[in-house]
Write a protein that binds this ligand. Structure first.
Ligand SMILES: *[C@@H]1O[C@H](CO)[C@@H](O)[C@H](O)[C@H]1NC(C)=O
Ligand SMILES: *[C@@H]1O[C@H](CO)[C@@H](O)[C@H](O)[C@H]1NC(C)=O
Length: 546
C-alpha cells in the first residue's frame, strides 16, 4: 500500500506533466531538498523545531515533549513522532532525503514523507488545525460536516463527490481506504489509530481533557507539514489569549454564578434521559470564566441519578426500568428541574437536527416542559439559557431513504474550530456566565440569538479547488563541503536562503537573540527575517480569528 503511494510519487517526479492529475500535486517538487549522495546535513535546524515543555539534547538527537500526549525526536533527516494517547509512532522523513530503513523501528511504525502534499481529513475535529496553519490547499477531501469555509468550498469543487471523505464505517476498512483515497492522498488524519491503514495518523486532541492541551495538538499536526514552529507560535498566542481572559474574568471576588451543562436525549431504540455534564473541559471553561459548576456530589446523591461513564462525568436521569433508575418520566423530570434550580446559567447541549429553528419554544417541546415549569428555573426566568450551536455549516446531501431527494445536514463548529481556539471559547463563556462582552462565536443566547450558518463563499483562499498547493520550503540548502548549510530566509514567493559559508544561522540561539558575535550582516539578518515572518503570520492569524 505504501509502495503504491511511493510509486505514484515517483511517477510524478519523473513526469511533471502528470501533476494535473488528482492528488499528489507536490508543487513542482519545491517542497523537497536536493542533497548529494552521502550528505549528512541536518535538515531541521533548531529555529524551526517544535517548542515544548521539555526539551533535551542527546548527541545529534533533540527531543521535545508537549505537556501531554505527544513528543518528537529530531534526527538529521527525519523526525520520530510519538502519540502516546493513540499508542502510535510515526517516522517523518524530509522529502528529498533518504527514508531510514523500517527495520530500525518497532513493528507498526508508520512512515510518511513530509511535508504531506495531499491530505484526507474525514473528521472535523482535527480539520481546524489544518485550517489554522493555512494548509487548506493541501487538503484533498473532508467530512461533509465540515464548518470551516474553505473546507466547505472543497465540497463544492468540480467532482465534489471525490472531495467527500470516507465515513466512520469506511475508516475501519484498510482495503477500502487504500482504494478510495490511497492514490490521491499521502496522509489520512483521523481522531483515533487506524491500524489497518498505514497512511493514517491519529490526532488525539479530543481525548486530551484540558482545554489548552487540546489546542496544543496544532503543533502535532504542524509536524506533518514542517510547520511545527509556526504552530508553536500560534499555540503560544492562543495560550496568552486564554490566560488574559481568565485573569480578568476571575479577578473579582463577587459571588460566582453557578452553571449547569444540561441536555435531553431521545433516540429510537435507546433509553431516553435528561442529563447534566461535568466533563473536565467544561468545568475548566466554567471556572476560568469566573463561574462555578453545579455541585456534582449533590446531583449524584439524588436517588435515581446514575453515572454512565467510568469517569462519572455525565449524570443521567432516566426511567428505562433499569435498576436504580427513576420509576417514571415525571419523577425524573421533577428531580432534573430541582437540580437545575440551583443554576444561574444553563448551557443546553441537547442535539437538534436543525439548530436554526431551535428556540425557547423548541426547548420546552423537546424537554417536555410547560412554560410554568420552566419559569421555576432562575436561569430560564432571567433568560440565561445558552446553546453552543452558534456557528454552523449546511450541506444538502442525498437522502438515505430516497436518493432522488436531498436533506439538509448541519455541521457544528463547536466540534471543530472551537477545540482549536479555547481563548475564544472562554470569551463566549465569560459572556454567558457574567453577562460581559459583546457578540458570540459559538455560545448563543437561546432567547435572543440565532445560529450563524457559514458557507464556502467566505473561504479566503484564492483558488480552493486549484490543483497545486503553495511550496513549503526546506529549512536549509546544502552548501559545498566544509561550509555550514544555508538557512531559509524567506518563503513568501520562492525559497531564499542565506549565502553559503557566510550565514552560520544554524549556530544562532533558537530565540533569535544573539549571544555569540555575528561575523557579518547576513548572519545578523537571517534570524531577524525568520522572526519577522513568524510575527507577520501570527498577526494574520490573530486578525483572522480573534
Ligand atoms: C519525553 O517523554 C518521554 C516519554 O514519556 C520520556 O521518555 C522522555 O524522557 C521525555 N523527554 C524529555 C526531554 O523530558
Ligand atoms: C472492505 O472494503 C472492501 C473494498 O471496498 C470490501 O470488498 C470488503 O468487503 C470490506 N470489508 C469489510 C469487512 O467490510
Amino acid at each position: 500500500m505504501r509502495s503504491h503511494a511511493l510509486a505514484a510519487l515517483l511517477a510524478l517526479l519523473a513526469v511533471p506533466a502528470a501533476l494535473a492529475a488528482d492528488g499528489f500535486q507536490r508543487p513542482a517538487n519545491g517542497d523537497c531538498i536536493a542533497l548529494s549522495t552521502g550528505s549528512d546535513v541536518a535538515l531541521f535546524p533548531e529555529q524551526y523545531m517544535m517548542v515544548g515543555d521539555e526539551q533535551a539534547k542527546d548527541g545529534f538527537v533533540t527531543q521535545v515533549n508537549s505537556s501531554r500526549g505527544f513528543s518528537v525526536q529530531y534526527f538529521p533527516s527525519y523526525k520520530v513522532v510519538t502519540n502516546s494517547i493513540a499508542g502510535e509512532t510515526y517516522v517523518l522523513s524530509q522529502c528529498g532525503a533518504q527514508v531510514p530503513p523500517a527495520s530500525q523501528f518497532p513493528e507498526g511504525t508508520k512512515f510518511f514523507t513530509v511535508p504531506l502534499v495531499s491530505l484526507s481529513a474525514p473528521e472535523t475535529v482535527p480539520y481546524a488545525f489544518v485550517d489554522f496553519l493555512g494548509l487548506t490547499d493541501r487538503v484533498h477531501d473532508v467530512s461533509p460536516f465540515v464548518s470551516a469555509p474553505c473546507g466547505q468550498a472543497l465540497l463544492e469543487c468540480p467532482g465534489g463527490d471525490s472531495r467527500i471523505s470516507p465515513d466512520a464505517m469506511q475508516l475501519t476498512n484498510g482495503t477500502y481506504l487504500e482504494a478510495a483515497v490511497g492514490a490521491t492522498t499521502d496522509g489520512l488524519m483521523a481522531t483515533s489509530a487506524l491500524p489497518d491503514y498505514p497512511e493514517s495518523f491519529a490526532v488525539s486532541a479530543a481525548q486530551d481533557p484540558g482545554v489548552l492541551n487540546r489546542a496544543e495538538w496544532v503543533k502535532f499536526v504542524g509536524l506533518f507539514f514542517n510547520q511545527e514552529r509556526a504552530a508553536s507560535d500560534i499555540f503560544a498566542a492562543i495560550k496568552a489569549e486564554y490566560e488574559a481572559t481568565k485573569a480578568s474574568a476571575t479577578s473579582g471576588a463577587a459571588k460566582k454564578p453557578v452553571v449547569a451543562w444540561a441536555s435531553h436525549f431521545a433516540y429510537p431504540g435507546m433509553s431516553e434521559n435528561y442529563g447534566i455534564s461535568f466533563a473536565e473541559y467544561k468545568k475548566e471553561f466554567t471556572q476560568d470564566a469566573g463561574g462555578a459548576m453545579l455541585d456534582r456530589e449533590a446531583v449524584s446523591g439524588i436517588k435515581g441519578v446514575q453515572a454512565i461513564d467510568t469517569a462519572a462525568e455525565f449524570l443521567t436521569f432516566t426511567w428505562d426500568g433499569s435498576e436504580g433508575s427513576f420509576p417514571t418520566q415525571a419523577e425524573a423530570k421533577a428531580a432534573f428541574l430541582e437540580a437545575l434550580k440551583k443554576a444561574d446559567v444553563i448551557i443546553d447541549e441537547t442535539y437538534a437536527e436543525n439548530p436554526t429553528t431551535y428556540d425557547s419554544a423548541a426547548l420546552l417541546k423537546d424537554w417536555g416542559l410547560t412554560e410554568a415549569e420552566a419559569a421555576t428555573l432562575p436561569a430560564w426566568a432571567n433568560k440565561k439559557v445558552f446553546r453552543p450551536d452558534g456557528l454552523l455549516s449546511l450541506q444538502r446531501v442525498p437522502d438515505f431513504t430516497d436518493p432522488s431527494k436531498t436533506v439538509d445536514q448541519y455541521g457544528s463548529d463547536w466540534f471543530e474550530g472551537a477545540i482549536a481556539r479555547p481563548g475564544k471559547v472562554l470569551k463566549d463563556i465569560v459572556r454567558a456566565v457574567q453577562g460581559q462582552g459583546q457578540g458570540f462565536t459559538w455560545v448563543r443566547n437561546l432567547f435572543t440569538e440565532q445560529p450563524v450558518v457559514t458557507d464556502g463563499k467566505t473561504c479566503n483562499a484564492a483558488q480552493p479547488c486549484a490543483a497545486q498547493p503553495r511550496t513549503i520550503c526546506p529549512f536549509v540548502k546544502e552548501c559545498p563541503v566544509g561550509q555550514a548549510p544555508a538557512l531559509l530566509m524567506s518563503s513568501s514567493n520562492s525559497c531564499t536562503y542565506a549565502e553559503c559559508g557566510k550565514a552560520s544561522a544554524l549556530e544562532q540561539p533558537a530565540d533569535g537573540s544573539s549571544s555569540s558575535l555575528p561575523t557579518n550582516a547576513a548572519a545578523m539578518a537571517a534570524p531577524a527575517i525568520v522572526l519577522t515572518l513568524i510575527v507577520v503570520a501570527f498577526v494574520e492569524v490573530l486578525m483572522h480569528f480573534c
